[in-house]
Design a protein around this ligand. Structure first.
Ligand code: FES
Length: 78
């Protein structure tokens, strides 16, 4: 079952490096990540913020995004 990565469409639209990291993850793990884009995830003061499954992470830089998702994927397979 894929892990769910939730992010705000509006806040990430102006962050190409963040969107590139998401695209890289989806390309690397096409059937293991389900990306959910919300119009607002009520994290406007913490952008870019994400949720990986039910865990919330504020002010995530692309390197943190990749690390968090990879860690979650490893946990879900172990
Ligand atoms: S508009 Fe992006 S979190 Fe609110």
């Amino acid at each position: 079952m894929p892990i769910q990565l939730t992010m705000c469409r509006l806040c990430t639209r102006s962050r190409p490096e963040f969107l590139c990291a998401v695209a890289e993850l989806v390309a690397s793990y096409p059937s293991e990540i389900d990306v959910v884009e919300l119009e607002c995830m009520a994290a406007c003061d913490d952008v870019p913020a994400i949720m990986v499954e039910t865990d919330y992470y504020p002010q995530v830089v692309p390197q943190d995004l990749i690390r968090l998702v990879r860690e979650c994927l490893q946990l879900s397979t172990s």
